[in-house]
Write a protein that binds this ligand. Structure first.
Ligand code: FAD
Length: 690
């Protein structure tokens, strides 16, 4: 059946192409490539598209919409997986929808035979993801009002909800909790539990899988759905474009959108449209042998990008050559890597996540997260395409048996290619429809970095401080190497004169598609944050930033030093910094001396070196030693900042701070915790953690 659908699409597309050719496109408004999925609107503005979800569902014959609020792509991925499963198991007519692209004032007109799903990530300090801000404000608003005006407003709305959160943050899964509460208050009917996935405990994927089965059962019962045997149906059709080659100007070789393809890239630069920024300077910061950390200055003067001290910069990475090769090889596409293909959504609401026509190589290198550990659900999907019965049985077992999956794959962190290689014992997996990878793997995500410079001092040059990620894997010689940081490391080596850098044996297409990144460029955009210095420089600030958590504080201190030079009165500025050893990984040690010249004694760097004495000393110990002074500064309305490791450090600092407050004000620890909460609410306590 799969080929029939494809054939029809191919024929359809060819027919359309022929008509377009003979009519020179005038009839259909097609001017260039009839297959192209264009990505024309690089800014994410979908011109002329209806924001009316009911209309959209009616037009496309859908009875189930899965809205996602996603920042790093996981929620979006889960939404797609639910859409796929709803269709294949229950025959639901599903569609996935970006919350940003619809209005919600007609949600009360959603008929009760339709189902609405919300997959909602919580970001940072309990905030909605960027694409969910408007929806969140609307649905939780004091005076939310709907077009129909019935009472209770959402009595016909049947919904399910799942949240993605991290229990190490104060506002755990607040997005799904608050939206669920708001929907309940408006009279909507939730089906199943409102699920919560916990990234902090590392159980996100299993939490999702454990939530969705009872949810489907409850939904099937409520809506009278009948389960059928799930058959895989591709969401995307792959069309070979034999008349095109990598030299054809319309073929995307990794360019993120049409403007980049045509060499007319212009702003606004944002999460849909990166700026290809020159790297002005880069160097290593550690002198440790087995660990690396880099400082990089990215030049944004040729763009209209701007930033403020405390913002984040996003780096758009490319996968390393060895991983691209491993993937293409195991799925039998190595020979065809430079063949040109178009990818067509086989159903109207699906979106091809990258521009085409393109090549397999470009898709795998620039657009798919091929290095991440493989998900259990994806393994289950791929069982049907195994090269032999043994591999098929093993994939089916891995996919369905949680404990087996974790015992087999857990310690190895297999990415997709490594898993296929292991399960298939080296045999190639040539039967997997390429669509399955587009559906089953995440889009390659930009990585965020806390900008480590001050916009007052260097408005057109953004500094990054990044530690090069590596993770030892038991039983394997080579550790896992982080995608973005090793790419940055290679760029750093090239910028410092190595024409063909290969850090840890890894190589990258550093010149970018068609050499467009040559001369050492990196694609970036800027994300504004709420992590900000007090507007009055006279206010004291206390900063806690061990390791790379120091990044934004280098920016803060740079800024206050400049303010002092400019004649402002600058308040007390204390940084608590921790690392292993002064001689190894004390970041920016010599720079602090420079800033001291401007700030004098108001600047103090309090250090905690964990490996210099038999007893491990961390920043929270140093904080405690300074209880009295910190208590006093806080009563003078000092701002308190924490940056870095969310899992342990930030939480412990939080606890210590509550104790300090309790002590200095003679109140209970519970009261101290409450005061910290109030400080958060008033922005007097700010976190930038990851
Ligand atoms: P990835 O490839 O994304 O891997 C990340 C980790 O996941 C690995 O270390 C490993 O533990 C695990 N992992 C992934 N795949 C596998 C696998 N197949 N096998 C085993 N393990 C695997 N970082 C900084 O250095 N400096 C900063 O200033 C900074 N600021 C940040 C600010 C924000 C707001 C956020 C959200 C993050 C920030 N980070 C910062 C972290 C940064 O965004 C990246 O997460 C980090 O650099 C790792 O990226 P990577 O692509 O190299 O690693």
């Amino acid at each position: 059946a799969e080929f029939d659908t494809l054939d029809i699409v191919v024929l359809g597309v060819i027919l359309l192409g022929t008509i377009a050719y003979f009519t020179k496109g005038t009839l259909w408004g097609i001017t260039k490539d009839p297959y192209a999925n264009a990505f024309a609107n690089a800014n994410g503005v979908k011109a002329g598209r209806s924001r009316n979800i009911l209309e959209k569902m009616d037009e496309t014959g859908k009875n189930c919409v899965i809205f996602y609020g996603s920042q790093t792509g996981t929620a979006e991925d889960y939404a797609s997986r639910l859409a796929k499963e709803g269709k294949s198991r229950f025959g639901l007519e599903t569609m996935v929808a970006d919350l940003e692209e619809y209005d919600f004032d007609n949600l009360d007109a959603m008929p009760s035979d339709k189902i609405v799903m919300f997959i909602l990530a919580t970001y940072g300090e309990g905030e909605p993801t960027d694409n969910a801000v408007e929806f969140y404000e609307f649905i939780t608003g004091e005076d939310v009002s709907f077009s129909e005006g019935s009472e209770p407003a959402l009595q016909n709305l049947n919904y399910v909800a799942f949240g993605l959160g991290n229990n190490t943050y104060e506002h755990y899964n607040s997005m799904v909790r608050n939206v669920d509460k708001a929907l309940q208050k408006l009279g909507a009917n939730r089906i199943g539990e409102a699920g919560e996935g916990d990234d902090g405990a590392g159980t996100m994927e299993e939490d999702f899988l454990a939530w969705k089965d009872p949810m489907w059962a409850a939904l099937a019962e409520k809506m009278g759905l009948e389960e059928r045997e799930a058959v895989y149906e591709p969401t995307f059709g792959i069309v070979d474009r034999e008349n095109l080659t990598v030299d054809s100007p319309e073929v995307y070789l990794g360019e993120p959108n049409k403007m980049h393809l045509e060499g007319t890239a212009k702003g606004p630069f944002n999460s849909h449209n990166p700026y290809i920024a020159p790297i002005a300077e880069s160097r290593e910061l550690f002198s440790a042998k087995d660990r690396n950390c880099i400082h990089m200055d990215v030049d944004i003067s040729g763009s209209n990008l701007s930033y403020q001290t405390g913002d984040h910069i996003a780096i758009w990475p490319t996968n390393s050559g060895d991983e691209v090769d491993r993937f293409l090889d195991i799925v039998g596409l190595k020979e065809k890597r430079n063949n040109v293909i178009s990818v067509k959504a086989l159903e109207p609401t699906a979106k091809v996540p990258f521009p085409t026509p393109t090549t397999y190589d470009a898709i795998v290198r620039y657009h798919l997260e091929i290095c991440a550990p493989v998900s259990r659900q994806f393994v289950a999907t791929l069982a049907a395409f195994a090269p032999n019965d043994e591999a098929k049985a093993e994939m089916a077992r891995l996919g369905s048996d949680k404990d087996y999956f974790h015992s087999k794959t857990g310690p190895h962190f297999y990415n997709i290619a490594r898993l296929l290689d292991t399960v298939g014992k080296g045999e190639k997996w040539t039967n997997i429809p390429f669509s399955a990878f587009i559906e089953g793997l995440n889009k390659l995500q930009p990585r965020y970095y806390s900008i480590s410079s001050s916009s007052l001092v260097q408005p057109k040059k953004i500094s990054i401080t990044a530690v090069i990620e590596s993770q030892a894997i038991p039983g394997r010689q080579d550790p896992f190497r982080g995608v973005a940081t090793n790419y940055l490391f290679a760029l750093k080596q090239k910028q410092n004169g190595d024409p063909n850098p290969s850090p840890f044996g890894k190589t990258y297409a550093l010149n970018g598609p068609r050499n467009k990144f040559d001369g050492i460029h990196v694609p970036v955009h800027v994300r504004h944050s709420n992590f900000k210095l007090p507007s009055d420089p006279a206010k004291p600030v206390i900063m806690v930033g061990p390791g790379t958590g120091v990044a934004p504080f280098r920016g803060f201190i740079q800024e206050r030093a400049r303010q002092a030079q400019n004649g402002a009165t600058v308040g007390r500025t204390i940084l608590f910094f921790g690392c292993r050893k002064r001689s190894e990984d004390f970041l920016y040690e010599s720079e602090w001396e420079e800033y001291k010249k401007a700030l004098g004694d108001s600047l103090e760097i309090v250090t905690a070196f964990s490996r210099e004495s038999s007893k491990k000393v961390y920043v929270q110990h140093r904080l405690k030693e300074r209880s009295k002074e910190i208590g006093e500064l806080l009563s003078q309305k000092a701002y308190f900042y924490v940056c870095g490791d969310a899992a342990h450090m930030a939480r412990e600092v939080n606890t210590v701070l509550a104790q300090i407050i309790a002590e200095s004000r003679g109140v209970s620890e519970t009261k101290g915790e409450e005061i910290v909460k109030n400080m958060r609410a008033a922005n007097q306590y700010q976190e930038d953690v990851w």
